[in-house]
Design a protein around this ligand. Sequence first.
Ligand SMILES: [Zn+2]
Length: 316
Amino acid sequence: LRPRYAAVDIGATKIGVAVGDESGISEKLVEATDRTRGPLGIVSQIVRMLRSLEHRGLRSIGVGSIGPLKISEGSIVGTPNLPFKEIPIVEPLMEEFKVPVRLINDCSAGALGEHVYGAGRGVDNLVYVTLSTGIGGGVIVDGHLLQGKDGNAHEVGHLTIDPYSELTCGCGCRGHWEAYCGGANIPNYARLLLRGREGFVGLLSELAGIDLGGLTTEIVFRAARLGDPTAQWIVEKIGEINAVGFADIVNVYDPELITVGGSIALRNQELILGPIERGITKHLINRRPEIMITPLGEDAVLYGALALAWRYQASS
Ligand SMILES: [Zn+2]
């Protein structure tokens, strides 16, 4: 029997599982996250999903998860995006499958996936950034995956852009990058930019209501793609803030390569990368790296979790 490894991607809205080996993913399954049955419901969903894939000869399991994590306990603790205080992951999966289980932050997994399977092969200094409901990062410096004391290094979405900002982040702080450019907050930023002009903003008023009460991130980008000048201006402003965030990352970690994933970036590749390319240089002290959309698409975290599984198994 060929050795097989399992990968799990735990997100607030979706859970993905896969099996595979050093050469890649051979089978995968994605479902909506079951938020209705408590923390153990999450675990039993993962178990059921993994059991539905070919799992004979399973050697180990790698998990990339939304944070914050407590790596020493093998659990997710107090995540703002799921209604549970603590979700134990490592213990219950170990008991169920009788194999080693290793847990890391989903963006760290994304960076590892890029390094092992993606655009970062042979690149020892790289950062993976996800622009999605929230903003996160995973970092490899000198070939080492950086993790921090609890596994929560690189919460780059919570870098402060403006401490006096009117925009409050989901974490409760003022003026974080995510408060402007996270998918959950882009409508707030757009309404701030348009304050006093509601009802006079053409297509956006048509799509989101005269007071822009129905404004969503999807509407902003859709209107921009349709050529609406107001929406394009908002997208440019979002890009100006993203350029600051990316420049901070370059100034702190000095990567050769930044790859970008997450639903907002994957669906709006040019509208996201263009303004960053144009705006980043004026904030940089370090040499500018290559910045690109991840070739692994929505599977970057799963690939990283898979790499975590066989690398860990090999070293233990
Ligand atoms: Zn924050």
